[in-house]
Design a protein around this ligand. Structure first.
Ligand code: SF4
Length: 304
């Protein structure tokens, strides 16, 4: 799924190339925002995953919040989120608390992501939908991106999310086909993820913007990566982000290779030449990086 997209930066610094730089968060709003989140019993993926872009995103009024708890029913080999089977327990106050945080913070753009909830019949879709509705009611000008899991690949779980649609519907392919089954939990799947992205256009409103992300440096070849981008385009995905995989700790999949910045730049050009309406590609790019800018590129490309 989802949160994935923000691998942590806990890799030993001595092993990191010089282009991977971690800057501590700063900025006038930082303590105040921490206060609001603490009061509401929330935290951001940005902080928990020690995202290197936190200062830039928060200064631009953008942030990523996790829904449906902080523990996931799946175990992907790249992801530091704790695995747990919560037996259908859902905190029904979460949508209101998230909506209040977005309003008090005054966010221009919020990314809502989720842990996978295979213990719930609808994968948690009703909670996601309720959260979007509450944000729309309290903060009508805030742009909302929903970064979802595969919801078991079920159209009936996806459909309610598209009834009060987010501005961007994102689902991450994460990696290329050949290593997808090693990298992701066995319940995820390359074709299932493409199916979710296709279904979003099929079931959603005309003009819905879709988005996906891949991590580089997991062992993919250039030919496989190009094929993955072509597969995403054939699923009509509008926006793409590419970033370096970083190993959260020694229990997770090792980094195969640190991809230099100039290769990321070439992939960005390739993505645009393949027809993506916007693409962000760089070692420290995460799926929510410059999300509003990418969204506006997609709208402009559609003349909307
Ligand atoms: S589905 Fe995989 S990537 Fe997403 S939160 Fe769960 S373990 Fe992490």
């Amino acid at each position: 799924m989802a949160s994935s997209s923000t691998p942590t930066l806990a890799t030993e610094p001595s092993a990191l190339p010089e282009w991977i730089r971690v800057r501590p968060p700063r900025g006038a709003a930082y303590p105040e925002v921490r206060g609001i989140l603490g009061e509401l019993g929330l935290d951001t993926v940005c902080r928990e995953a020690r995202c290197p872009n936190l200062s830039e995103c928060w200064s631009a009024g953008a942030a990523t919040l996790m829904l449906l708890g902080t523990e996931c029913t799946r175990r992907c080999t790249f992801c530091a989120v704790t695995t747990h089977w919560p037996r259908g327990v859902v905190d029904r106050t979460e949508p209101s608390r998230i909506a209040e945080a977005v309003h008090r913070w005054g966010l221009r753009y919020v990314v809502l992501t989720q842990v996978c909830r295979d213990d719930l019949e609808d994968g948690g879709a009703s909670v996601l939908a309720e959260t979007v509705r509450k944000i729309r009611a309290e903060s009508p000008r805030t742009l909302v991106e929903l970064l979802i899991g595969d919801l078991g690949g079920r159209d009936d779980a996806l459909r309610p999310l598209l009834e009060s649609p987010p501005d961007v519907l994102a689902h991450n392919l994460e990696t290329v086909r050949s290593i997808s089954s090693e990298v992701r939990d066995p319940r995820a799947g390359y074709d299932r993820s493409l199916g979710v992205l296709r279904a979003a256009h099929r079931l959603g409103p005309k003009g819905l913007v879709t988005k996906s992300s891949l991590m580089l440096g997991l062992g993919e070849t250039d030919a496989e990566l190009e094929m993955a981008l072509r597969d995403l385009r054939s699923a009509e995905v509008d926006l793409l982000t590419l970033g370096q995989y970083l190993r959260p700790d020694p229990d997770h999949r090792p980094v195969h290779r640190y991809v230099p910045p100039d290769e990321f730049s070439r992939w960005q050009a390739t993505a645009l030449s393949l027809g993506f309406r916007g693409a962000a590609s760089g070692p420290l790019v995460r799926s929510s990086y410059r999300a509003e800018e990418l969204y506006r590129q997609a709208r402009a490309a559609r003349g909307g």
